[in-house]
Design a protein around this ligand. Structure first.
Ligand SMILES: [Fe+2]
Length: 264
């Protein structure tokens, strides 16, 4: 039997949340996904509100992962402490709220999800994710294990993929908001992609209005960033796992763009 897990790229701002509300159930049905993991850390641009988390769960997500903007909306702290389906990076300092990994019951058995953050070109100084994941894995007995690394550097994400190859069902990256074309099954059976991409404004610079981003790079006077209007996209990867072994059989991009949405 096959267990299909859909991993959705970083939801950006209200247009991203709205796209999740409109399209996640459709994509779940279209792909036959059994379990859905969505990165929600930019739902409120810098962070995610509890109401947005509820919207994303109502749309069909099973777990929401976060990243460097986890604490951008402080009201999420209590919500994360009470709701183990929202994960913040496990290698953040241990005194901060929330949980970095969880085990969830499904009809296929227990599914573990681990959220990690990278250290290359990131503002935080978290614990080493490569050492932290080993500590967590030593405590997990679930057959299906899924690992997200929220990181800037492609090398850091690839290294994590190869380190965990054959030991977990899939590893993927988030944070850059740009989807990579390397969805694959690594030699020992772990599904992998360097970055899922993002969910939100299609014609944008990582979700932000292009003219504002261009102005910043030109060195113009500071203007507050605003998200872009217009059509939206939903970028995601589907990992199909063999229920007998926990190994990944296929890793496929299943992105939706505005044209696809119009045909719903
Ligand atoms: Fe991020």
């Amino acid at each position: 039997m096959e267990f299909k897990v859909l991993c959705v790229g970083d939801v950006v701002a209200s247009p991203g949340v709205e796209r999740i509300r409109r399209s996640l159930r459709y994509l779940k049905q279209k792909t036959g996904a059994d379990f859905v993991i969505v990165n929600g850390e930019n739902a409120a641009v810098l962070g995610m509100t509890p109401d947005q988390a509820e919207d994303i769960f109502d749309a069909g997500a099973d777990v929401i992962t976060m990243g460097n903007h986890t604490f951008g909306k402080r009201e999420l702290c209590d919500y994360m402490d009470e709701n183990h389906r929202v994960l913040r990076p496990a290698n953040f300092a241990p005194q901060v709220p929330g949980y970095g990994w969880g085990v969830y019951e499904t009809r296929f058995g227990d599914v573990a999800v681990i959220d990690l953050i990278g250290r290359c070109n990131m503002d935080y100084t978290p614990d080493n994710p490569f050492l932290m994941v080993e500590k967590i894995l030593s405590k997990i007995t679930a057959k299906f294990i899924f690992v997200e690394l929220h990181a800037e550097a492609t090398s850091e994400k690839l290294a994590m993929g190869y380190m965990l190859d054959g030991r977990v069902s899939a590893v993927w990256g988030t944070h850059t908001h740009v989807p990579t074309a390397d969805a694959q099954v690594l030699p020992k059976g772990t599904g992998y992609v360097t970055d899922l991409g993002m969910t939100g404004p299609q014609h944008s610079v990582l979700g932000i209005r292009p003219d504002l981003s261009i102005a910043k790079f030109r060195g113009d006077l500071y203007q507050r960033y605003q998200w872009a209007d217009g059509p939206t996209k939903l970028e995601a990867v589907l990992f199909t796992v063999d229920t007998a072994t926990g190994s990944c059989l296929r890793a496929e991009r299943v992105d939706l763009y505005a044209e696809t949405a119009a045909r719903r």
